[in-house]
Design a protein around this ligand. Sequence first.
Ligand SMILES: [Zn+2]
Length: 816
Amino acid sequence: MKSTLYWCSALALAATQLFSTAAYSSAIQQTKGTFEDKFRQLDEVLPTPNVYRSAAGEPGEQYWQQQANYSIKVRLDEEKRRIDAAETITYFNNSPYTLKYIWIQLDQNIFKNDSMAELTATFNSKPDPSLGGVDRPARISLNQLRRQQFMTDNELGFAINKVADGRGKALDFVVVGTNMRIDLPQPLKAGDKTSLAIDFGFNIIDSDTVGGRSGYEHFPDDAREGGNDIFLLAQWYPRVAAFTDYEAWTNKEFLGRGEFTQEFGDFEVTIDVPADHIVSATGVLKNDREVLTKTQRDRLEQSRKAKRPVFVVTPEEALENEKEGTDKRKVWRFEAENVRDFAWASSRKFIWDAKGYQQGGNVQPEVMAMSFYPKEGGELWEKYSTESVIHTMEVYSRFSFDYPYPTAQSVNGPVGGMEYPMITFNGPRTILQDDGSRTYSLSEKRFLIGVVIHEIGHIYFPMIVNSDERQWTWMDEGLNSFLDGVAGREWDPTIPWGVEPRSIVDYMKSTNQVPIMTQSDSVLNLGPNAYTKPAAALNILREVILGRELFDFAFKEYAQRWAFKRPTPADFFRTMEEASGVDLDWFWRGWFYSTDHVDIALDRVYKLRLDTQDPDIDWERRRQEEADKPTSLFVQRNQAEGRKTWVELNPDVRDFHDENDRFTVTNKQRNAYQSFLDKLEPWERKTFDRAIAEDKNYYVLDFNNLGGLVMPILLQWTYTDGSQDSMYIPAEIWRRNAKSVSKLIVTDKEVLEFAVDPNWETADVDIENNYYPRKIIPSRIEAFKATRGQDHISRDIMQDAKTKLKTKEANEEEQD
Ligand SMILES: [Zn+2]
């Protein structure tokens, strides 16, 4: 199911790190007593606005960011599964500061045996010695064992062969885990630029074995002797760390979870691969005449205006291609402008299809949507990959800005789902059947459409709206999951996209949680925390709290303000408020800074009727109400036994009080009533008379906020005649008491039932306490047959000992 899958960081990360429970003391306490102001303004928590970031959440008038251009020559050694490369980085210091050194990210170093990530990986399976006297052993998966063996057998991480300045003069450098500090011979002044030349190489990891966001995948069953590989290359070159106004160098160690924070720049990359490989990469292919055949170029041209994707390399051609290799080489040359990263893929297995997306406008009127996949992707990819790419751009652009790049690509390989500028890696496959055909399940189809939408969506967030992934996973995954839910439900609303309020209910009531505003590497339960919860929160903000018009305007404003810039959480919070005109501090505080959940209970309803003050009417009503109360069991049984009271037995001694009860009206009360009316001002009299005449129903509803998270109360009620009414009570009803409030509802007709959030729009975790009166809960019960367990002692060894040893042939026969 989609809702249990989290792509990108979560799925790509095989080296799981489980964190022990982190106690979290909630939010920001204040004042005496138990009162907590859930509406306290966020400004005291957010960074102070300055010339770089304004109080509106906009880039300030002196906003700046660095730029890094790359020129890289890389060679893929297919046999050794290794790349060797030389890069030149041109670094522009646009900051107002002088820099004495430049930090470089060496993400491949995470795969070194002594990396911080490896050393801090924890192990959580322990033997349990006490179950029924029989030990239960600890468990380790064969995947984990295989990974350990691979890490032992292979030298991994970057080999840095040379670091020099633009003139070739060697520079001092220090490698610190996944980072490298290069010391500049002269400090780099504000406004200046410098060049760095780095020669490097590394052994590519087996992605299926090690896990990660790139690597190779081996196909041993291909016709070619020794099989074939698909190579996905990402985090493959030493990349300049971001230098920012809010954190200076973002050189926090790469632990595998918190992703990448990059600078924008222009790329020129030449990729030297076996001549029979097809290469997909960030950017635009510049030497198509050298690497593509005339037929392939003609097909590409055709695909620009095609209704459905056109094959540039057909499945038949790819199948032929993967039968043998070649010693010849080809060099593919790509260029990309204003991107924050560069990734590529190479294989002789690739089928290639393309279709032009006629976006219109003047930013990028035509975008080439393309997919690269092996035969294992099959019809599933042929039908849906490139179409999903285009659908994503159509929807996302509506919520943000025109897709600004010339290409958008989806590549199949060993990575479940991962994003880079103009290129994404997506994992779904078909299954080979005995008759040679390929089929795919409904869940694999949903996986493909979902993951392509999600990863292509990432080209907007964070590849263009360049949030800091190392610090805040939610800023790209949460916003992107929210929008992939919009695009996904526009493709097929019956697929669970994991963004509906009810998708997050179980997680929100769980106890082992940290707030969304937690640094990426320290987040517990990354999927629900950084994907589903922010996505569901934004869904609620859009559909329930702001409405689509206000939300969409503000969200688009955020996307456009920060396209090709670097927003922080405060910029997002401030923009959404400033552009919508709605104070949302309580919302950010509750959903992003706390672990509270939504649980509003409707615990009591009083039905009130307005007194007329006329004793002849009111006192008679009260006499009736008194009579309607139950009589005591004692009195009932005495009556049943025919037992007479003393007064009944002695009627001759009855007096005035036996004839007149306490509701008997005298002229004294009638005079008081008249005097009350006489003393009313004319407007008071008019108001009173009208209220009496209308004789409405006054209901007082007691609400309790059990979850702690303040939310609007979506109230609906049903009258005794079956008709319904509703009221939207803004969250601000909780502003003076966040725990319990009462509300007066006045109706003409009599109400049968009140319900809070009957359509499950607010992620209220306990639906049962939303009704007054309460409802009986319908559910099911299953009968089952008890079975006896087997263990070492209870197995029948006397019988088992008669078993004959099976031959290999018999085993195989059985399997058929
Ligand atoms: Zn993602």
